[in-house]
Write a protein that binds this ligand. Structure first.
Ligand code: SF4
Length: 425
């Protein structure tokens, strides 16, 4: 029996693509394993947004190559943005591996075909072997590709190109087909998802899309990632309230609490606008969780600017913040800005903010203790099951009856730390 592993470094868009690649592996009758060591073929899907994932990719490819030299496997396949921008470096490390370049949305189908033909050659087989079915609880569905925003630190517009929305009927057909296959939760994806439809001439394309998808029969939960605060309006939040399947979780990346830094980042909104939206969310969705992304140590970030970010975090009381120290990405304006912050200061700011956020997250999670929440079960291991509540918090729970992935279970929350909730079904 041939085996494969897929390793993702990065964004949800990559996970969607990996799902498509996974189907090809299944078509060839390969069995998925969870580690590189057990795999005959490993596919790395890479993301260039953070420097760290780029480094992780290169070192993982190097590790896989060293296994290949010892045991004659795994065969290495690299896809995604880093494959495009670091092709030479990866080839040096992996030598006789296959590379699939990531350039634009239409090419996902070409890459899938490329993978199919490469596997066919490599396995010396045809694509009708032992199809293996998988049960998927949730699925990602991209609705808009690329980004027109050009934030000063971001490599996405250079690697993914300009915005391109998928026609609404294509999205609806894909969601319906996934729901028919048993998928319970759909996560719509876009780098700048609330700009959906602008390139099709529709100013209200995003909310109309949510309303249409939200009406699909048997869809239990609807989520979306990642909205841009500049295009997030109070009216949008109010219309969202009327969509029953839309989950009460808002991930709204603020990046900084200083207007000076937001302007240098070219984010296109102010702290005041951001806080106004948060206020509306709290009013319309009092039960919602709110999460964000923050960059510390952006060029020219002074102590005062950093303090403004701390104040904003304390004011909003985010359930979780994904905090990163600024790292230079090639061919972005921020990489050559004057006023780069030294690594020690960046690290200190990162640790300080993480500490504050973890304290807030702990308090937020503890507030769930004693409540009963509906959990969509994602996985069961022994007597423990894992899943998420509507607020997108991960719950680990024990159950006195059998539960399976895809079930909706009512779970009493009995304990919490700053990452998880724990409970009993
Ligand atoms: S909105 Fe900004 S950070 Fe997000 S993908 Fe576009 S350029 Fe990058």
């Amino acid at each position: 029996m041939r085996t494969f592993a897929i390793v993702n470094f990065g964004c949800q868009m990559n996970e969607y693509e990996s799902e498509k690649f996974r189907e090809v592996f299944y078509d060839f009758g390969l069995v998925e394993v969870s580690s590189i060591e057990e795999a005959d073929i490993v596919l790395f899907n890479s993301c260039a947004v953070r420097e760290k994932s780029e480094q992780k990719l290169i070192s993982s490819v190097g590790y896989a190559r060293s296994l290949y030299e010892k045991y004659g496997r795994p065969y290495v396949i690299v896809a995604g943005c880093v494959a495009s921008i670091k092709e030479r470096k990866i080839k040096e490390v992996a030598r006789d591996s296959l590379f699939m370049l990531s350039k634009g949305y239409e090419l996902i189908y070409e890459r899938v075909n490329e993978l199919r033909s490469e596997l066919s050659k490599y396995l010396n087989a045809n694509n009708s072997l032992n199809k293996v079915g998988v049960h998927r609880v949730f699925a990602y569905v991209p609705v808009i590709f690329g980004c027109n925003s050009f934030c000063a630190y971001c490599i996405v517009p250079a690697t993914k190109g300009r915005e391109k929305s998928r026609p609404i009927n294509e999205v609806l057909d894909e969601v319906k087909s996934l729901v028919d296959q048993g998928v319970k939760e759909i996560v719509l994806l876009g780098q700048n998802i609330n700009h959906y439809g602008y390139d099709l001439g529709k100013q209200e394309g995003f909310i109309e899309l949510l309303e249409e998808v939200g009406r699909i029969p048997n869809l239990k939960r609807l989520r979306y990632l990642t909205p841009h605060p500049a295009y997030f309006t109070k009216e949008l939040v109010k219309r969202m309230r009327r969509i029953n399947t839309l989950m009460p979780h808002f991930h709204l990346p603020v990046q900084s609490g200083s207007n000076k830094i937001l302007s240098l980042m070219k984010r296109g909104y102010t702290k005041e606008h951001y806080l106004e939206i948060i206020e509306t969310i709290k009013k319309e969705f009092p039960e919602a969780s709110i999460t964000t992304d923050i960059i510390v140590g952006f060029p020219n970030e002074s102590e005062e600017d950093f303090l403004e970010t701390i104040n904003l975090v304390k004011t909003v009381q985010f359930d979780k913040s994904f905090i990163a120290a600024y790292s230079k990405r090639p061919n972005t304006p921020a990489a050559t800005m004057e006023g780069q912050i030294d690594p020690k200061t960046k690290k200190e700011r990162l640790n300080y903010l993480l500490k504050i956020q973890n304290e807030i997250s702990l308090e937020k999670n503890k507030a769930y203790i004693g409540g009963t929440y509906e959990v969509l079960v994602e996985n069961v291991k022994g007597n423990k099951a894992f899943g998420r509540i509507p607020q997108d918090k991960l719950v680990i729970f024990e159950s006195s009856f059998e539960v399976h992935p895809g079930d909706l279970a009512n779970v009493l929350i009995t304990d919490a730390d700053f990452i998880h909730l724990r409970g009993k079904a």
